[in-house]
Design a protein around this ligand. Structure first.
Ligand code: 2NE
Length: 270
């Protein structure tokens, strides 16, 4: 595939192909672990994907054939979080998780190797996961002095069930792609040399579907789990659709024309 660079970054590659934006964590020397800068760059790329009408689907992956992402970069873990160039400890990956979840377009994790720790959580929060046969999944938090009791646990439990989620976190063992698929946290497993081809094929299929329908389904599935924040997002999308109606336009026009609105003429569906 001939991916075109959207923007040059230090820690990630950000590329485009036929409506698909691909974000590749590009730190293979640390198994694609993220530092605050990596997360900031991914966040900016996600914002671009949200705003650009030419982007239909986002793919998240890691450079090389060894790792998708190995979580937070332990070399820069300070007290209170991961320390960036500004010297401030942060856990800014939590904001990125929320961005992936609320992006009104499908996000696909293309897992090409280890998805471990915070890297495992990143695939969990993506809408779909396609993995290569060599991919390995797992949590390490309780082994290395960390944990993610947010999406990394509760949303994971929605995929694999409470017992398995507790096993994954309490034992910190590694699981093959096949085991991850059997548990329900991976959609499809393919040989490594077919990973990108399959991912692009799935993206092309989704791009033939109605973007608004996919958007509403994503928001509805989120809303069931996300409480008031989830309802707020689903409601925002309902408002967006309402603005398309003549009924909504009548309200605004009446205000601007300094007259009483006439809502009686609009149909009331059963
Ligand atoms: C990923 C894994 C299983 C790979 O193992 P292997 O045997 O294939 O590679 P190796 O030799 O362990 O790693 C290769 C190089 O990458 C570095 C290693 O230190 C090593 O460096 P050199 O010895 O070649 O210099 N590396 C790998 N992962 C790194 C990391 N996360 N940070 C810094 N350097 C890393 C194996 O490497 C592994 O288990 N890695 C650690 C996974 C881990 O514990 N991640 C942090 C979990 S906590 C977290 O991510 C988190 C959270 O819990 C809550 C909020 C936010 C983040």
């Amino acid at each position: 595939f001939e991916w075109q660079t959207i923007k040059e970054y230090e820690d990630i590659r950000f590329e485009f192909l036929e409506g698909i934006a691909k974000i590749t964590i590009n730190r293979p020397e640390v198994r694609n672990a993220f530092r605050p800068q990596t997360v900031n760059e991914m966040s900016e790329a996600m914002d671009y994907c949200r705003e650009d009408p030419d982007v239909y689907v986002v793919v998240l992956t890691g450079e090389g054939d060894k790792a998708f992402c190995s979580g937070g970069d332990q070399n820069v873990k300070g007290i209170g979080g991961y320390v960036g160039k500004d010297g401030v400890p942060r856990l800014n990956v939590l904001d990125l998780q929320k961005k992936i979840r609320s992006l009104p377009k499908p996000v696909v994790a293309m897992v090409n190797g280890f998805a471990i720790g915070g890297g495992h959580v990143l695939h969990v929060v993506c809408d779909l996961t396609i993995a290569s046969e060599n991919a390995i999944f797992g949590q390490t938090g309780p082994k290395v002095g960390s944990f993610d009791a947010g999406f990394g646990s509760s949303y994971l439990a929605r995929h694999v069930g409470q017992k398995k989620a507790r096993e994954i976190w309490f034992l910190c063992q590694q699981y093959s792609a096949k085991e991850a698929e059997d548990m329900g946290m991976v959609n499809k497993v393919v040989p490594l040399d077919q990973l990108e081809e399959t991912t692009v094929e799935w993206c092309r299929i989704m791009m033939q579907r109605s973007p608004m329908a996919l958007r509403m389904i994503k928001m509805g599935l989120n809303a069931e789990l996300d409480g008031q924040a989830g309802i707020q997002e689903l409601a925002g999308n309902a408002t967006l659709l309402y603005y398309f109606t003549e009924e909504a336009q009548e309200g605004k026009n009446a205000f601007l024309e300094k007259r009483a609105p006439d809502f009686k003429k609009f149909p009331k569906f059963p």
